[in-house]
Design a protein around this ligand. Structure first.
Ligand SMILES: CC(C)(COP(=O)(O)OP(=O)(O)OC[C@H]1O[C@@H](n2cnc3c(N)ncnc32)[C@H](O)[C@@H]1OP(=O)(O)O)[C@@H](O)C(=O)NCCC(=O)NCCS
Length: 171
């Protein structure tokens, strides 16, 4: 069992290397829920770690981490780009703590909103975020950068797996 798994804190640089594998393990839950369809492949590990190093913030829970959240800045808002919790550690409130940690980080850093993209009908995606105060945005409400991310998701094939939705929580 990871220590302090409910405590959300910034990732240490040396922890970034383990996070792509954590993401892959967590995504197995999505793959199982979506009926075994595969998700678009993750970038190669070294590339994925370099990409994490460019995030506005990477928050983790646990030591070693059992969950992480990656935050980017999109259109002047904090954008929760990735949220992953190891299957062995789910349903203990860690995902909730990470989302709350992201919102706290965003508020402390002067952002007015947190945005994200997720599967509309997966119970641990849009309904989970809705319980944490996120509201669905329709296409007309999407900023140009968010609309570009949605188009990229379509190009990657994500929408073929299930309807996707953009969500926002005002802070
Ligand atoms: C989404 C995710 C981070 C949630 O992590 P978590 O630590 O389980 O989150 P919490 O324990 O705070 O709450 C999870 C809630 O999601 C719902 N949920 C989770 N798994 C579920 C399932 N298999 N069936 C139905 N509801 C489920 C429940 O409402 C649950 O709360 P509950 O246990 O109190 O009923 C984790 O499931 C994960 O990594 N999933 C794979 C990757 C993913 O989908 N990321 C988000 C993409 S935007």
């Amino acid at each position: 069992m990871s220590e302090d798994e409910g405590v959300v804190r910034p990732a240490r640089t040396e922890e970034l290397a383990g996070l792509p594998a954590l993401e892959l393990a967590a995504d197995a839950q999505l793959v199982a829920y979506l009926g075994g369809a595969s998700l678009p492949p993750l970038p190669e590990s070294a590339q994925a770690v370099a990409s994490l190093a460019e995030a506005a913030a990477v928050l983790v829970a646990g030591s070693p981490p059992v969950g992480f959240a990656r935050i980017d800045v999109i259109d002047g808002n904090a954008h929760l780009e990735q949220l992953s919790v190891l299957p062995s550690a789910t349903r203990r409130g860690i995902g909730t703590a990470l989302v709350r940690g992201c919102c706290d980080w965003a508020a402390r850093n002067g952002f007015k909103a947190v945005t994200l993209m997720t599967f509309a009908h997966v119970p641990f995606n849009a309904p989970f975020y809705a319980r944490l105060g996120f509201q669905a945005l329709d296409d007309a409400q999407l900023s140009v950068p968010l609309a570009a991310i949605r188009r990229h998701e379509v190009d990657l094939g994500l929408d073929a797996l299930g309807p996707r939705v953009a969500m926002r929580r005002m802070l």
